[in-house]
Ligand binder design. Structure first.
Ligand code: EPZ
Length: 417
């Protein structure tokens, strides 16, 4: 089981480069199933989730290779992974449904489980595929999606990121035109659409909540470098804000991070964009209010890291989590470090200004693991974080190494397994 040892950190300073975005790379890897030609994706981060996605593509019949972040995929012929246990290791496995249904006219796969932060149903994915003409049957946790897809008008009851991605990938090879209304607008979706366009797809309204796709006969191979990870950059920005640091996040796209940067600057941090990326200077001082929303609202993936910043401001901060029903599991662990946070339903009240004290804590999910690591940077004494689920390595490429490169005393003391 991975364990991390974190000691109080001096002011973080220096430069660190941002990896490409996990949540852009995962749908882009799945999209490689849409063509029999070779696809090359550059700078793929070495994460548990990206390795799992490549394994899932292999189970579907694709040949894949990864050399220093450069990934080659060729899906000459593809089939359904059915009930391969790999599917249940990662929610994002559901993203192969759209490509397989579009390429093969059939996809049979076990439903991805829920996870710590919520039930995470896929009803919107399945309803959209039915609108595209697929027959959807659910039997004992296995979903079968069959039929030639035809263009349709789809309205998403909720701007689901995964459902938008799955339905765009299904529609690119469907006969006719598809319109997806109330689509999610996260930058990772626009990145997927740009990649699909590079493969020959015809998509309009990229980056808006009204996406129109004109189906084509087939897609060709492409070479692509995904966008930088706005959540990794946001996590490191919070680390700088906690330690009164002066940090350059090279390659960060501040235009993808407006909501978070407004919160940090409202709280007293100086955020400056320059041609190399994003510079953060100074400490967060003033309490804040944050309501998680679909993009461009404040991102739910930043709720836990920013909550740690709120514990060090002077006054009462109020957070409202509106996206996932169970995304406050980090609160118990932060309170173990001496934070004063109270959860009332979807509201969290954070009484700031009290120093934290190191303790043994346990990571419950990916962003909670990052938040606890940040808390260890400013807790007096030693913080030991157990990560039994290996959560941190699922979504961050060496977060402890990047923090150490900025001056933190933060290291992994036990390898997985
Ligand atoms: C994506 O998950 C991200 N994962 C999540 O990041 C992120 O938190 C989330 O979008 C919201 O931004 C990837 O991109 C791999 P949703 P996704 O479908 O697609 C409900 C991280 O930490 N819903 O927008 O699963 C769902 O239960 C991860 O990197 C339905 O009810 O998110 C949730 O409450 C965590 N029915 C809400 O919508 C559906 O059919 C948002 O889900 C689909 C979703």
């Amino acid at each position: 089981m991975p364990q991390y040892l974190i000691h109080p950190s001096p002011r973080l300073s220096g430069e660190v480069s941002i990896s490409t975005a996990k949540n852009a790379v995962l749908p882009i890897l799945a999209a490689a199933l849409l063509t029999h030609e070779e696809v090359i994706i550059h700078q793929v981060p070495n994460l548990t989730d990206t390795r799992h996605m490549l394994e899932i593509l292999q189970v579907c019949g694709a040949e894949t290779s990864m050399e220093g972040g450069h990934v080659r995929i060729r899906a000459l012929s593809v089939g359904s992974p059915r009930e391969n246990p790999l599917l249940r290791t990662m929610r994002a496995s559901v993203l192969i449904m759209g490509p397989l249904a579009a390429r093969n006219g059939q996809c049979i796969l076990s439903m991805p489980g829920g996870c710590a932060i919520g039930q995470r149903p896929i009803d919107l994915h399945l309803k959209g595929l039915q609108k595209l003409g697929a027959r959807v049957e659910l039997d004992g946790g296995v979903a079968s999606v069959t039929g030639q897809l035809k263009g349709a008008n789809i309205y998403l009851d909720f701007p689901s990121v995964g459902a938008t991605e799955n339905l765009v990938m299904a529609a690119v090879l469907a006969k006719g035109v598809t319109r997806i209304e109330n689509a999610a607008k996260e930058p990772e979706i626009a990145d997927l659409c740009h990649f699909l366009t590079a493969m020959g797809a015809r998509i309009a309204g990229i980056g808006t909540n009204n996406i129109m796709i004109e189906g084509v006969e087939h897609l060709h191979g492409a070479e692509y470098t995904p966008i930088p990870d706005r959540i990794e950059a946001g996590t490191l920005a919070c680390a700088a804000a906690l330690t009164d640091g002066s940090v350059l996040l090279s390659g960060a796209r501040s235009d993808h991070m407006r909501a978070l940067l407004f919160k940090l600057s409202e709280s007293g941090v100086i955020c400056q964009e320059d041609e190399r990326g994003l510079r953060l200077r100074g400490r967060a001082r003033h309490p804040m209010e944050a309501r998680t929303l679909s993009y461009p609202g404040f991102p739910t993936d930043m709720q836990a890291p920013l909550m740690v910043v709120a514990t060090q401001t002077h006054g009462l901060s109020v957070f409202l989590e509106t996206i996932f029903e169970n995304r406050y599991m980090h609160v118990v662990e932060l309170n173990r470090l001496g934070a004063q946070i109270r959860v009332e339903g979807q509201l969290a009240l954070i009484q700031g200004g009290k120093a934290l004290t190191g303790a043994n804590v346990t990571a419950t999910d990916l962003r909670a693991a990052a938040a606890l690591m940040l808390a260890g940077l400013i807790a007096q004494g030693e913080t030991r974080m157990d990560d039994p689920g290996g959560h941190l390595m699922r979504g961050y490429e060496g977060l402890e190494e990047k923090l150490s490169a900025l001056g933190a005393d933060c290291r992994k003391i036990q390898e997985e397994g």
